[in-house]
Write a protein that binds this ligand. Sequence first.
Ligand code: LRH
Ligand code: MN
Ligand code: MN
Length: 388
Amino acid sequence: MADLNAVKQALREQRIETPSWAFGNSGTRFKVFAQAGVPRTPEEKIADAATVHRFTGVAPSVALHIPWDKVADYAKLSAFAADSGIRLGAINTNVFQDDDYKLGSVTNPDPAVRRKATDHLLEAVDIMDQTGSRDLKLWFSDGLNYPGQDDLRTRQDRLAAALREAYDRLGDDQRIVLEYKLFEPAFYATDVPDWGTSYAHCVELGPKATVCIDTGHHAPGTNIEFIVAFLLRQGKLGAFDFNSRFYADDDLMAGAADPFQLFRIMYEIVRADALNPAYGINFMLDQCHNIEAKIPAIIRSVMNVQEATAKALLVDRDALFAAQAAGDVLEANSVLMDAYNTDVRPLLREVREDAGLDPDPIAAYKRSGYQEKIVADRVGGQQAGWGA
Ligand code: LRH
Ligand code: MN
Ligand code: MN
């Protein structure tokens, strides 16, 4: 049996980072359904993230996306976050929205475009110096739509050169987390399409570079927990972008499409003793809420990650290892499934109550009046979100 006190303690100490862009209007490329009360400024996104933390107690940081969250004074923004009860987390770069990036950013055949993209990465590290952020999160939309369009191998050289510049600019306590994505927007070849490519570049860069796994960025059927186990063993897993997918990069709420997969991922984390923030993995959400209310959706996602984690912590590892060692296939599988099939909601309610929180964060949010207040207050102005 797993030690219940240790399980509760681990759940109390768990940390999940929310993404600023999930609070704004975002959606599919076909239609973004605007919602009333969404943030108009980075400060309002931070206020919403702080609200998620207030009701969940486990989401004390918010990731920024530059230039979507561009401000004149990042130290001031950081102080604003602290006053709101949270801190600024990973800085996400954006080298995918300018017209200049039609043929790529850091892998573009034009050296002037590569310079511009690399300068943006360096600017992001300047921002990290002011916000106190540890993680520079890099995702490149770079790739090709047609065979022969550009030289696959040369593009890897250009990528490596840009990564090297960014890496060399990092401070002692800063690091790169390099995200990969199988396809989209590029449809024939992506320059960082999979964990192996990200891993190889991170190894080449050095100890301050690790892989970021976005759960929505794989081919259907990919065994993501294997990737997690492999990278943990190599000390190269730095971050997650949690979300759910049914088809491709759907960005639905974490744990919505396949809670069993999320459990299997979290089991590998628990198995490696990598859950505690001290280990250094940044467990982020990367989602977009087009048709559902945003703040409750983010609270729900945080709770889904907590539920998967609680089940992973409940796995009777002694019994599992014994069954594995004995080659008892059915027993090993049933030990794992017993934990997965446990209703952990009462346990998590207790954990919240122990921490002085309402056991039902969504109901508490609904009762709080926050939604009505932001709908009333946030009228006019440009609503922030994708492209803002
Ligand atoms: C790319 C991605 C990446 C971006 C975010 C907005 O699909 O997952 O993390 O920064 O979406
Ligand atoms: Mn992502
Ligand atoms: Mn994505």
